[in-house]
Design a binder for this molecule. Structure first.
Ligand code: SOE
Length: 394
């Protein structure tokens, strides 16, 4: 049977746009999908660059006006890969226009925006329109396997978690300003960009929510050279400096809904750590350890093993029995950073076809946003404990 087309518009074509383009192109070639995705149009502010991106990544058209695109009858799904300051406006307009939405994380720049998005997603769901947040790491096979083991009780009751997302791309203090260092565009720094992944992965694996936090934020380098382009001097190196308005690193402790305690670290200054999301989940009968720099592996400690044989075992998560793995390569031929983005597309399209809400939906994205916000408020109040409130804040 020929699958019905699903016409996609992607907003933004930077790092995430490249990853999502790859997913839209590859997913239908490796998985049986209920729809045939069509890469209809990519949207960006600069016409020439957007045209180049369309050609490079395989989009049929390039456009500069997202409002026009979101209203088009020949678009079924809007994929938001632009900086956080545009998420709320684009997502809400798309949902109201009856388009399914995939939105990069963190869901928004503020709790108020995330609330409005979650409201729009709930109203849209009543009309069969679906919304998903792109916490792609949930769909790394080893991380999914960790969730399965914990859910099946293989480590007993979860008591302690260490979640650290360590990068080092800001170590050089002459590294240029980017939108990720501007609070107006990004909402927050390491906290929202990578700390959000640590929070989501922890909640996903344990099935518990972060309910209370104590946080500390630090900006090590407060001014950085502006990119020539940013000051309108095309082709010239800029000597102007811009102010970094976000955190470089975030530390926080969290209390979880079923009584577990978690420590979180998110930093762009961990010299030598390139993209290390390390999650250690300790339970009453065992433990699981995941490290994104070794993303095809999961360490599992089974406390029920014979006393003389106990120890962490390394599972190479590439067997056909493992989550998502059967669609790809023979055993032992691992996956990379880009594959979870394909899995995200697969799960989203299956959810749309089955008429169920995707995970994580905008309500979960909103909860993560509340956690980030609570960490910021705690940090501003000398690390005092803050309850992650479910109420609207003015
Ligand atoms: C996207 O999921 C993302 O969080 C990026 O926004 C980060 O910058 C990257 O380092 C990890 O992935």
């Amino acid at each position: 049977m020929i699958a019905q087309p699903l016409r996609v518009a992607m907003i933004g074509y930077g790092f995430m746009g490249a990853a999502h383009s790859q997913a839209w192109r590859v997913a239908p070639r490796f998985f049986d999908l209920p729809f045939a995705p069509e890469m209809t149009v990519v949207v960006g502010r600069n016409a020439e660059k957007t045209r180049a991106a369309a050609e490079k990544y395989g989009w049929a058209e390039a456009a500069t006006d997202w409002r026009e695109v979101v209203a088009r009858d020949d678009i079924d799904l809007v994929d938001i890969c632009s900086p956080g300051d545009s998420h709320a406006e684009v997502a809400i307009a798309a949902l109201e226009a009856g388009k399914h939405v995939l939105c990069e994380k963190p869901l928004a720049n503020t709790v108020a925006e995330a609330e409005a998005m979650a409201d729009a997603a709930r109203a849209a769901a009543a009309r069969g329109i679906r919304a998903m947040v792109g916490f792609s790491y949930r769909r790394v096979p080893a991380l999914s396997l960790a969730r399965d083991l914990v859910r099946d009780g293989r480590i007993g009751e979860v008591r302690q978690i260490r979640a650290a997302y360590l990068q080092d791309w800001l170590v050089d203090e002459n590294g240029p300003m980017t939108w990720r260092l501007d609070k107006k565009l990004a909402g927050s720094g390491a906290l929202g960009d990578i700390g959000a992944h640590a929070v989501d992965a922890t909640q996903f694996i344990t099935g518990q929510r972060v309910e209370k936090v104590s946080g500390y934020l630090r900006t090590f380098v407060t001014e950085r050279p502006l990119l020539a382009e940013t000051v309108g001097l095309s082709g010239t190196a800029s000597s102007e400096r811009g102010t970094v308005t976000v955190d470089d690193a975030a530390w926080f402790t969290g209390q979880l809904s079923d009584g577990a305690v978690a420590s979180f670290e998110a930093t762009r200054y961990a010299t030598g750590r390139k993209n290390g999301l390390k999650l250690e989940i300790f339970g009453s009968r065992g433990a699981v350890v995941f490290d994104l720099e070794r993303m095809n592996e999961l360490e599992f400690y089974d406390g029920t093993d014979a006393a003389g044989e106990q120890g962490f075992r390394r599972i190479l998560v590439t067997e056909p029995e493992h989550p998502y793995a059967a669609a790809w390569w023979p055993t032992g031929h691992g996956l990379g950073y880009e594959h979870p983005f394909s899995h995200q597309v697969v799960d989203l399209l299956n959810d749309i076809a089955a008429g169920r809400d995707p995970e994580p939906g905008f309500d979960e994205g909103l909860h993560v946003q509340r956690v980030l916000d609570a960490v910021e408020r705690s940090a501003a109040a000398d690390s005092t404990w803050i309850t992650v409130t479910e109420e609207t804040r003015a």
